[in-house]
Design a protein around this ligand. Structure first.
Ligand SMILES: [Zn+2]
Ligand SMILES: [Zn+2]
Length: 135
């Protein structure tokens, strides 16, 4: 058990979810990332630990439903997941060449004047640019 899993346990507690091994591993993995991850990324990273793709998917879905994960589609129809605590409203930069998605940590973009119903459905800003590899 590492520090990430310790805080994962606390998060699950707060959300009233049982701290299953799968949830701990998924949260622990996402806590150490500087970019949002897809189901395929997470499944691949945890492959050697006896967590199959289906249980990783179920864990991601449940954690997002409980509000612990922020889930969004950057436009390629592939959900990305990150810790809700780390998200804290930052936008994401999508590389217009390779499609890589990164957290624009420390950047804040305010949405003002939007219909509250739109906001309630998770309206968010996405930035486009070139990643380090494509620049
Ligand atoms: Zn790129
Ligand atoms: Zn992010």
């Amino acid at each position: 058990m590492d520090a990430h899993e310790d805080s994962a346990r606390a998060l699950l507690n707060t959300a009233g979810l049982r701290a299953t091994r799968g949830r701990l591993r998924v949260l622990g993995l996402l806590a150490g990332q500087d970019a949002p991850r897809s189901h395929a990324d997470v499944a691949e990273a945890l492959e050697g630990e006896g967590l199959d793709r289906t249980s990783v998917f179920r864990n991601l879905r449940d954690l997002a439903a409980a509000g612990l994960l922020h889930r969004f589609d950057p436009g390629d129809h592939v959900w990305r997941y990150e810790l809700r605590t780390a998200a804290a409203g930052h936008p994401h930069i999508i590389c217009r060449d390779c499609g890589t998605v990164r957290c624009a940590a420390g950047v804040s973009v305010a949405i003002e004047g939007a219909d509250p119903a739109l906001m309630a459905r998770g309206l968010e800003v996405q930035l486009q640019g070139l990643c380090d590899d494509c620049a």
